[in-house]
Ligand binder design. Sequence first.
Ligand code: AMP
Ligand code: ZN
Length: 477
Amino acid sequence: MLLYNSLTRKREEFVPRTEGKVSMYTCGPTVYHYAHIGNLRTYIMEDVLEKYLTYSGYEVNRVMNITDVGHLTSDADTGEDKMLKGAKREHKTVLEIAKFYTDAFYDDCGKLNIKIPSTVQPATGCIGEFISLVQSLVDKGFGYVAGGNVYFDTSKLKQYYVFNDFSEDDLEVGVREGVEGDENKKNKADFVLWFTKSKFDDQELKWDSPWGLGYPGWHIECSGICMKYLGEYLDIHCGGIDNMFPHHTNEIAQSEAYLGHKWCNYWFHVHHLNTSTGKMSKSKGEFLTVSLLESKGYDPMVYRFFCLQSHYRKSLVFSYENLDNAAVAYNKLVARIAAIDKSDGETDPDAFSDYKRKFVSALDNDLNTSLGITAVYDVLKSDLNGKTKFDLIEDFDRVLSLDLIKAAENYSVNKDAENALLGADDELIEEIEQLIEERKQAKKNKNYAEADRIRDYLAQKNVTLIDTPTGTTYKIG
Ligand code: AMP
Ligand code: ZN
């Protein structure tokens, strides 16, 4: 499998260290609020990666943290702890907030068919491990105490900016605007491993440490949890593209300083979901959650389908119009799968292998999920018997997890839907879809006469158009 590796900035053949086994680490959610659908894009694509590796025969051991302390409002070392801010907002304790939003995250994952990694570890459960990691970094000369905090000394490294070509002077690019410089730091790029002093001294959760009562920095949490469960060597580390700097850069710095050797071979970064006005946010504009989409009538599978239609290394623009298009395409796909007669023939093993090869070559090519979906359409368009078609789609859906079979079964039990497909051949379906698109454009251009003409024309062919909040569907007969 070819996978783009952010570390080498190249697509590379993926080869795990131990034959047949993959260790994989995922930066988990900061549980101070609901996940927005941008965060969930990242988890969906990481889920596809894990499932595809499993599908390819690897035994995957995947670990994820839950950030319930230490992630400050800025990704740099200043600002209030996000968890504390969330607790104040809702007049609850930090642990109550953490529990509530961890459960909400699991609910979202359930709705989107995202498999929860086999090990999930909240940061507050590993404080002892973080303290010994920080102590060891201090002992090795990579950590220093200043103004009550413990910092990582980036000047001790041969190379700090492993993912990009930042220079010390460019650091402001990575550290967001409005962040004040920290006078305690020896070098601009140094970062906090352990806090005992913060402007926000009402921090709720604090633990005893050799440096006083305090709490861990966000970066040390991921290194600590990852090494605790997956050992000294890691195959793949994942996260959203924003995590590349400073979070992952700092994880590499401290993990490799601690271990004395290379830590992780492949870095998998998912690009962002944006709105047409820019970055997705939990505070500004509409807070886009899965529940919000559901309340507007969208099936969460439609959102997963929308994500899988584009490549994880391209940023993706969310709009309701784009989601409507995905809804129409998804519903149509399900209808076509529902029309397969699985009692038609026996599985043809040669044809099965041929079509599977197309699917595998799409996913092997840096996880090209949109071509993976095309492989499903190729099966539908083919002249294979019903049983082979059904088996192939069931097989591909082990990776895509679009509920294709389940949704098709639900569709089949709906009498209206069954009627909708009765006697419909591919040509008619194509014509209807083309006309639905033309009618949509006509309506957009306020050409209602043309829109009505299309409706009437189709009515004559015994096709009824049904306008829904998620787009236009149809019924034949
Ligand atoms: P957080 O809960 O803020 O720690 O973020 C959880 C995950 O979502 C991280 O892997 C982030 O890199 C990722 N992420 C944040 N914003 C977006 C976005 N707009 N699109 C895709 N992924 C994102
Ligand atoms: Zn992390």
